[in-house]
Design a binder for this molecule. Structure first.
Ligand code: URA
Length: 275
């Protein structure tokens, strides 16, 4: 018996886009099942269905699932394309697969971002219900950061879109904080720091769930190993450096990429390592 899955999940599993982006693609009328346009992301389909996006058959061939880690430079956007024609993380990776970024970093944030064609994994790492922790290193203005500000960030602060969940916060220098959060609201860390009187000067993501940026140079890309991907798949509140608890063992830390091209900011191509 063939099992039906939601159309949005079917597209995500086929590597078309993340589950949420697939829902948008369906609603915009680009998807047909058996030749008929379908606008409902929840419509059930199975492997025997003829599903097309923009007229191209989807799901007929098994897709090799890949996950890349990128150390994103400032000025590079974490969308697949940019109307302002700024460089994108997808261009940094290059290669034949149809990849999309897992979540977002602000254009001016640097650090760890993942790209994949694995819709299930992207969903797991970004959907708030899985509470996958992300750790950021923030250099802030108006140092020193006092205990009261650290305590407020740990307890949660009232932002214009609601109170933030408790965060794990470490002061690593008078002007530098490490914050671990699992929410993913827009510009959340910047707004949290600003709220306690310390606007962010620079922000870097150093960890996603069990995966640390390590010494992957800025602008470089590395294909994750199967073991690292398995670890990410099991990321969640119990496998995280979750807010309020001591950090658990970090299972994977990205090593320096072999020198195959210039490291540094911006640019595209020639930066994939270990792929
Ligand atoms: N929080 C922010 O403020 N910016 C990011 O890019 C990520 C988290």
């Amino acid at each position: 018996m063939v099992t039906a899955v939601r159309l949005a999940k079917f597209l995500a599993d086929a590597g078309v886009a993340s589950r949420r982006a697939s829902e948008e693609i369906i609603r915009s009328g680009r998807v047909r099942v058996g030749g008929e346009p379908v606008l409902d992301p929840a419509r059930g389909v199975d492997a025997d269905d003829d599903v097309t996006v923009d007229g191209r058959r989807v799901g007929a061939d098994p897709v090799r699932r890949v996950v890349y880690a990128v150390n994103k430079p400032a000025g590079v956007v974490s969308t697949a394309s940019d109307p302002q024609r700024r460089p994108t993380v997808v261009e940094l990776v290059g290669g034949p697969e149809r990849l999309y970024p897992v979540g977002r970093l602000d254009a001016d944030t640097t650090g760890l971002i993942l790209l994949t064609n694995d819709g299930e994994l992207a969903h797991r790492l970004t959907h708030p219900s899985f509470e996958v922790a992300k750790t950021y290193r923030a250099v802030v203005s108006r140092p020193p950061v006092r205990d009261a500000a650290v305590r407020a960030l740990r307890a949660g602060v009232e932002l214009d879109d609601g109170r933030t969940a408790p965060a794990r916060v470490t002061r690593v220098a008078a002007d530098t904080l490490e914050l671990t959060i699992h929410e993913g609201r827009k510009r959340q860390v910047r707004r949290m720091c600003e709220h306690v009187g310390h606007p962010v000067v620079s922000l870097q993501r150093v960890r996603i769930g069990p995966l640390r940026l390590g010494d992957l140079p800025l602008g470089r890309v590395r294909l994750l190993t199967a073991a690292e991907v398995d670890l990410l798949r099991s990321a969640g509140p119990s496998r995280n450096a979750s807010a309020g608890s001591a950090p658990r063992r970090v299972a994977a830390s990205l090593r320096s990429a072999p020198k195959r091209g210039p490291s540094g900011s911006g640019g595209r191509g020639g930066r994939r390592a270990g792929s």
